[in-house]
Design a protein. Sequence first.
Length: 518
Amino acid sequence: MKAPALEIIGLTKRYGDFVALDAVSLSVRPGMVHALLGENGAGKSTLVKCLVGFSKADAGQVVLDGRERSIDSPQAARDLGLGMVYQHFTLVPSMTIAENLALARGGLSAVLDWPARIKEMERFLADMPFTLPLRAVVSGLAAGQKQKAEILKQLYADNRLLILDEPTSVLTPEEADEVLGAVRKLAHDGRLTVIMITHKFREVAAFADDVTVLRRGRQVASGPVASFGPERLAQAMIGAQRARELPARGEPVSSGEPVLSVERLNVANDAGRRAVRDVTFSLRAGEILGVAGVSGNGQRELVELLLGQRDRQSGSVRIGGEPYRGSRAEIARHRVGSLPEEPLRNACVPTMSVAENLALREFDSLPMSRGGWLSPRRMIEAALPRIEAFGVRTRSPQASIATLSGGNVQRTVLARELSRDCRVLIVMNPVFGLDFAAVDEIHRRLLEARNQGAAILLLSEDLDELIELSDRLTVMSEGELVYETSTPSDDRAEIGRRMGGASTHDNAPAQVSQERLA
């Protein structure tokens, strides 16, 4: 295997009058990891689709190993050794790793000599920086192992240029560093050339050799990573001089009664199995408690319980010392706000307008409702200042909320929740899939709410986000809170270990008790 050089010259792609790629040119050095950055809509996905044959460019050239290539289908890309590892796994869960590798290479006959094929795969794995049990069924693998299997699948198929699309979004920090470190080693050994799409500056600095930034379909910056800092990359992405200034963090309230108290809470998942196990924590005014954890460890069930969307098996929840079960009346009385995961599906009515969605908390009270009759005019009047204050970009208050971008849906929900002088705010993965500018805006709003006295429970799969925003951070693993720290930036390694299921550090006794979490 030999790592190829890739040259993209003046690549242009139009969809009607919209120019998705505008004469983009970039060079990817052989045996290097090249990071590709840009906000949503910057052209990253379009560029990648042209490289792997899902879209055909209208103009420009793709030069691989010094020769111009025509890539008009996924098969043409595969024949040239171009492969892609997607953000979400594409393995067949019910098959073994060996069966998935065989499918990836293709050319299978009706009858396979499995003993010979397994020996061939074992020789292949012996030459890789990591290995996996070939007979293991994919559904039983951890996320990090699945991501490794995705990469091995591409290498076994003789692909020499790999495109990684947000490759660490479902991994713990330890798994992410291990996978990216292995990919970088393969590249620097001359076996691969890698294009890595990511939004994490830390990964760019730690694992990429070169970086290219796209903005509105154009290449606006490119060069060695060493010549860029996070601020310069951010400025290139958003196209304006930018000093990232989040609100100054005031001191959290450290005395007095907790606003939110959860004691020995147990919650079942959709299959009836216990997903939240004896969870105990408390949250005070003016404080952000971050909850870290890999997806599927009980976070969704915890949030749904707190928002009245799921019943508890046992335990108690109190707000201001009063029992709380998440009814609409209790949510209104205690001023509980929420920004749940996938807000268009979980916090909005997609067929209703922006104004109507902004009114969901108060449509049945004055001045929007009188004598049982709703007033669309009053809804619009109430919506206009919120749309302006939160920078919601919409054609009009009467436009369907389903027509808004993800960032503007988030802003709409925050405008509704925070306009009510929110006392408790429950937030889950608030910036997943959003562009750089939207991320900054959402983070700024959360810190402003915290500084104004809101007690915020922030659940996220992005550890960098949690470290930046949280006053305290706890880790949720297999439905339990297993670790807490008030200095998350100093304890990143231990947080990552606990997210991955490690129970102790260096086999020492656990240092955090449920009493400390409270």
